[in-house]
Design a protein around this ligand. Structure first.
Ligand code: HEC
Ligand code: HEC
Length: 334
């Protein structure tokens, strides 16, 4: 009897799960999956490197300075501040769910996270260091030497290992379990009537043509300003900088809308301060649609349901420098 009840209830669960899968599959957005096959040791090392400001010329700037994991993986300023308080040319995108991107950077010039991670360390406008200097610092810190050897099994460390480890850590930075994903998976009461109405507007107006899939974006390059040109003081050319084709001018990687409530300001030039403004601009220049105040509020309400569980981990404690570690150069006097 007991077994029968169990079988019956398992069948109910099975049927419900089947229905959920069907429901999710009909939607243009799919739930975020947990990361697959993470090398824990490598990710732990990558986490330290992600937070280590000794990979910068000033000794105060880490990946987390511009991609703050307490603030949705961004810096929440229009364009980033680099070494010696330089004004960056472009808005810092979130690192959350960046493993789902078709390529990295607004113009997609890095193929993947590993290829991306070497960039900022040596970029004079960002961390303003060099790969050789970075390896020199890491090699002078005995605990790092041991940890690199444990993870990679080699006697010598190199920049490839550094970028591999950072990329492995970044793969863990996915944000499943948003209220929207709960709804996709069958929890009918996860969204309010207004949020659902906002999702319907998002679909019916055509936003999903570009913002779809697991990351609600991140999977294609599209023109900024399809119906109306986008006016900006920023000079970025978009995808054309990579392909050299005029047709790609002002094509940018469609940003993910996951956690978009946290990743303000918006657009590659960081010109839109609020979601209300960003939704209004998108409607007008991408689709030729002017949302009413009420419609706009509903789309914004929907977008806020895309905030997922933020990465949870212990603060990494960084191994101390040794007497041999080159000292940082915060004021550019050397
Ligand atoms: C000074 C600020 C700054 C620092 C420091 C910095 N970044 Fe970035 N990051 C940016 C900006 C700005 C962009 C966008 C540049 C572009 O697209 O041209 C970016 C882009 C990215 C992207 C691509 C995301 C996407 O959606 O395309 C990733 C991933 C990333 N950074 C990771 C890192 C890692 C890892 C480090 C440390 C090694 C780091 N960043 C250090 C500002 C910074
Ligand atoms: C033709 C493709 C396309 C369509 C349709 C489209 N978008 Fe976008 N969306 C983009 C691109 C490309 C960007 C980045 C442009 C830039 O920064 O220059 C973007 C950026 C955004 C951003 C800012 C995200 C960030 O992190 O900076 C939001 C919010 C957004 N879109 C919402 C919407 C909404 C809502 C709709 C429907 C009204 C919509 N989009 C329709 C391509 C599209």
């Amino acid at each position: 009897m007991k077994i029968r009840t169990l079988v019956a209830s398992l069948m109910v669960i099975g049927a419900a799960a089947g229905a959920n899968v069907a429901l999710a599959a009909d939607e243009p957005i799919s739930p975020i999956q947990p990361p697959k096959s993470i090398n824990i040791g490598m990710a732990e090392l990558g986490k330290k490197l992600y937070f280590d400001p000794r990979l910068s010329n000033s000794g105060i700037m880490s990946c987390n300075s511009c991609h703050n994991l307490s603030m949705g993986g961004t810096d929440n300023i229009q364009t980033s501040v680099g070494d010696k308080w330089q004004q960056g040319p472009i808005n810092s995108p979130t690192v959350l769910n960046s493993s789902l991107n078709v390529a990295q950077f607004w113009d997609g010039r890095a193929a993947d996270l590993k290829a991306q991670a070497g960039g900022p360390i040596a970029n004079p406008g960002e961390m303003a260091f060099s790969h050789t200097l970075a390896i020199g610092v890491l090699e002078s810190i005995p605990q790092y030497v041991r940890e690199f050897k444990n993870v990679f099994g080699k006697d010598k460390m190199d920049i490839d290992q550094v970028t591999l480890a950072i990329a492995e850590f970044e793969k863990t930075l996915v944000t499943p379990n948003s209220r929207f994903d709960q709804w996709l998976l069958g929890k009918k009461d996860a969204l309010t009537a207004d949020e659902l109405a906002g999702y319907k507007l998002f679909k019916d107006s055509g936003c999903v043509a570009c913002h779809n899939g697991e990351a609600v974006g991140g999977n294609s390059f599209q023109k900024m300003g399809v119906v109306e040109p986008y006016k900006t003081a920023a000079t970025a050319d978009g995808r054309a900088a990579v392909t050299g084709k005029d047709a790609d001018r002002f094509n940018f990687k469609v940003p993910t809308l996951r956690n978009v409530e946290m990743t303000y300001p918006y657009f590659h030039d960081g010109a839109a301060n609020t979601l209300t403004e960003a939704v209004d601009t998108m409607g007008r220049i991408q689709l030729g649609k002017k949302f009413t105040k009420d419609e706009n509020a509903k789309v914004v309400a929907f977008l806020k349901t895309l905030t997922g569980d933020q990465p949870q981990f212990l603060m990494p404690i960084l191994p101390p420098s040794s007497d041999k570690t080159p000292r940082p150069n915060p004021f550019g006097k050397k």
